[in-house]
Write a protein of this length. Structure first.
Ligand code: SF4
Ligand code: SF4
Length: 143
């Protein structure tokens, strides 16, 4: 038995609605950003690269203990700081850091904290930041 297709009242309606949809998208502002010449928008609460205030670190090792994957290790650093008698400060392996913010939340002096910086690409084969490098801006860290 032959099956007849139902007759459509407006045979071009599908094509026209498709063209309208394409045209409406064509008129929208593009969301692609020409990075790195243009910087993408980062929300106010976005956090990524970790920083450290050496003068505020008391060497309590809480950040090292709370880090879930061992990305933080304490390092000796010979600098005068009456608040840090053991002279130990955290370094961070950003290659394994999951940006969980545990270290920031547990730090009793807010010495370690996450920043807006996200451009951490580099040529050296290590994402380990020494305590001194954690105090620097990303562009000043040796790549
Ligand atoms: S953000 Fe999380 S994973 Fe990264 S160093 Fe801190 S505690 Fe460790
Ligand atoms: S950064 Fe904060 S939590 Fe880590 S050792 Fe220093 S004071 Fe303690």
């Amino acid at each position: 038995m032959e099956v007849k297709e139902p007759k459509r009242k407006f045979p071009l309606i599908g094509i026209i609605s498709g063209m309208i949809s394409v045209a409406s998208h064509g008129l929208k502002k593009p969301i692609t950003v020409q990075y790195p010449e243009q910087k993408p928008y980062t929300p106010e609460r976005f956090r990524f690269r970790i920083s450290l205030k050496l003068d505020d670190c008391v060497g309590c090792t809480l950040c090292e203990q709370v880090c879930p994957n061992g990305s933080i290790k304490m390092e000796s650093l010979n600098r005068e700081n009456p608040r840090n008698k053991r002279k130990i400060y955290p370094d961070v392996n950003f290659g394994t850091c999951t940006v969980c913010r545990n270290c920031e939340e547990i730090c009793p002096t807010t010495a370690i904290y996450l920043t807006h910086e996200f451009e951490t690409s580099r040529t050296r084969n290590s994402f380990l930041y020494s305590p001194t490098e954690l105090t620097m801006k990303e562009e000043d860290v040796k790549k």
